[in-house]
Design a protein around this ligand. Structure first.
Ligand code: PGA
Length: 255
């Protein structure tokens, strides 16, 4: 079975609430694009207004959640709140959070569980930093991340997860992983999923690539067997660039 494709926009801490509707609205107008589900993940403050754009071809997601349903967690937002608002997806474990929040790594598994339990689909991020890539320990490193973050999850829930491989050295640097480097890691992630949860999950799980994806490099990456789309940061803030990326993914699905 052909896996459906995804292109997710990670706006990070960019775009003002007053500008969000115009940017996301232009994306919505270019959709649907065949075979691709587009997801926009804006800052929390924009979620409510963008919810009206949600459709079959455009979903709205958040960039993080707290693992608890409610309580004394000032400044945080729970998976349940996001679900109640109408969100479909939530990014969990982005490297910018892993790097800056000392407790983040230990909470990722619980966050994924909270998202899955409320019916939100997690976009789970993994990926190695430059020193690990230079030591050629990247495959083992990402396997360890998967073990830590996903191995305790239950089949029956985990089917909804989307994995984003984002090598830290490629994020926001303009230096993307080559199609071969990305394919090697995606195949390894798929094998880990098959070994751990069975071949059905291994075959069906969508694995996105993220890290300096642009219109010029999208098609070659998207053509790789185990790449099912992208998590796009910088280039998602430019509508023309972003839509070109979505078209490349659509084209690769039609091959
Ligand atoms: P980038 O970011 O496309 O700007 O490299 C990707 C991400 O951090 O998700």
């Amino acid at each position: 079975m052909e896996r459906s494709r995804i292109v997710a926009a990670n706006w990070k801490m960019n775009v003002l609430p007053s500008e969000a509707m115009s940017l996301a609205g232009q994306v919505a107008q270019a959709l649907p694009i065949k075979n691709v589900e587009v997801i926009i993940c804006p800052p929390f403050t924009h979620l409510f207004s963008l919810m009206s754009l949600q459709s079959e071809s455009l979903k709205i997601g958040a960039q993080n959640c707290n693992e608890n349903p409610f309580g004394a967690h000032t400044g945080d937002i729970s998976a349940q709140m996001l679900k109640d608002l109408g969100c479909s997806y939530v990014i969990i474990g982005h490297s910018e959070r892993r790097a800056r929040q000392s407790t983040e790594n230990a909470r990722i598994s619980a966050k994924i569980r909270a998202a899955l339990q409320t019916g939100l689909k997690p976009i789970y991020c993994c990926g190695e930093g430059l020193p690990i890539r230079e030591k050629e320990a990247h495959i083992e490193f990402v396997k360890d991340q998967l073990e830590t973050d996903l191995s305790t999850l239950q089949t029956g829930h985990i089917e909804e997860i989307v994995i984003a491989y984002e090598p830290v050295w490629a994020i926001g640097t303009g230096k993307n992983a080559s199609p071969e480097q990305a394919q090697e890691m995606h195949a390894s992630i798929r094998k880990w999923l098959s070994d751990r949860f069975g071949s059905v999950l291994g075959t069906q799980t969508r694995i996105l690539y993220g890290g300096s994806v642009k219109a010029v490099n999208a098609l070659a990456l998207a053509k790789q067997n185990d790449i099912d789309g992208f998590l796009v940061g910088g280039a998602s803030l430019n509508v023309d660039e972003f839509i070109k990326i979505v078209h490349s993914v659509s084209e690769s699905a039609n091959d």
